[in-house]
Design a protein around this ligand. Structure first.
Ligand SMILES: *Cc1c(COP(=O)(O)O)cnc(C)c1O
Length: 358
């Protein structure tokens, strides 16, 4: 490691949650990483401290104008007790792109990764062991200048917190389960020139309305369409979307409105390695419904850190229900899930060189 940080250990460790009843993002570990930035001084005072509330001025810029960014990644425990991170430098590089778009200070990728590694090392005991569980890691940055003018702040905090999380699927054995997806043709997630490619809070606050509608339609997630024609498929909720039509796998190109997922990149790399046709190209929802009617829509799935791979069983579009494949878990989704999850947890050979041991 290039950076070392001061570690202040808690005197009052918490009781760890029941590993059989872990939810997503509800319980937090004993410590957090926190580092200050000030214009002229740069990043300084990075340290591990006991987890706890922040004290911020009510006028802090982040509360009013949303100058912030976040990341999401996981640490996994292997069967032989090692701790692995999955492609953390990709998260670091993505964070830098979010920072750049939000006029927030840059940092070296090593600073980001070493902060995460140091915290995960301190929180080793918080990484649950049961299959499907992991330690979710949430790095984020906020502008905390106490000033109500709309401006580029001169003081920031970079913080990392950890949350032990359970298996994403509630199925017996934790296997994949098909989801229902609502095709949202009114509200949009991102427009070209905006912040769709950046992991910034505003994107998610603005998505709740559509998410609420999808839920009221009996669906788990939204399929977002492009902001101009409301026709091209973009993402599924907070994950990247893949469609398998005939023998081609199709996902939206990274043209500014799509969040460049680490899982997306890994799926593309695996498909290429397996000799499967994968196209990063625009795809109309009309072409998907047409393919479904002709029995050519074999699979659809979403990719992201939380679920890794989430198969789509059904699409709801303009009050019509459309079955994807046979409505179950697709072959490719299953194979991708097993391979990625295997690499992440050290069960499968990491011949792509994707994991880093803590
Ligand atoms: C975080 C996120 C993803 C998935 O990215 P991963 O790095 O694979 O977790 C996809 N889309 C959106 C909108 C996201 O916020």
């Amino acid at each position: 490691m290039k950076y070392t940080f001061d570690i202040q250990r808690t005197a009052t460790p918490r009781v760890k949650p029941n590993p059989d009843k872990l939810l997503f993002g509800r319980a937090f570990s004993d410590h957090m990483f926190i580092m200050d930035y000030e214009t002229g001084k740069g990043w300084h005072d990075g340290k591990i401290v006991p987890y706890g509330p922040l004290s911020l001025d009510p006028a802090a810029a982040v509360f009013h104008y949303g100058q912030e960014m976040f990341e999401g990644m996981k640490a996994y425990r292997t069967k032989d007790g090692r701790v692995l991170l999955f492609r953390p430098y990709m998260n670091a590089e993505r964070a830098r792109k979010s920072n750049e778009r939000m006029c927030m200070p840059d940092f070296e990728p090593d600073l980001f990764v070493d902060a995460v590694r140091t915290l995960v090392d301190v929180e080793r005991d918080w990484i649950p062991e049961k299959p499907g569980t992991s330690l979710y890691i949430r790095p984020f940055m906020i502008a905390d200048d106490p000033f109500l003018g709309v401006h580029v702040a001169s003081h920031y905090l970079f913080i990392v917190i950890c949350s032990p999380v359970g298996a994403y699927y509630n199925t017996p054995g934790g296997g994949l389960a098909p989801t229902s997806i609502y095709v949202e043709d009114e509200y949009v997630r991102a427009a070209a020139g905006g912040v769709g490619f950046a992991k910034v809070g505003g994107n998610y606050g603005a998505s709740l309305k559509a998410q609420t509608r999808a839920n009221s339609m009996g669906c788990e997630q939204v399929l977002w369409l492009d902001a101009v024609e409301h026709s091209y498929v973009e993402e599924i909720g907070t994950s990247n979307a893949f469609f398998v039509i005939d023998d081609e796998v199709i996902t939206a190109p990274l043209a500014g409105t799509i969040l460049p997922g680490v899982t997306r990149d890994s799926v593309i790399a695996l498909l290429k390695k397996w000799g499967i046709t994968i196209s990063e190209r625009r795809l109309r929802i009309g072409d998907i419904t047409e393919a479904a009617k002709q029995g050519r829509l074999k699979e659809a799935f979403a990719s992201g850190t939380a679920a890794v791979i989430s198969p789509v069983g059904k699409l709801v579009f303009k009050d019509k229900e459309l079955s994807v494949g046979d409505g179950g878990v697709g072959k490719l989704a299953q194979q991708l899930y097993e391979t990625l999850y295997g690499i992440q947890t050290g069960d499968a050979a990491d011949d792509m060189g994707w994991t880093i041991e803590v």
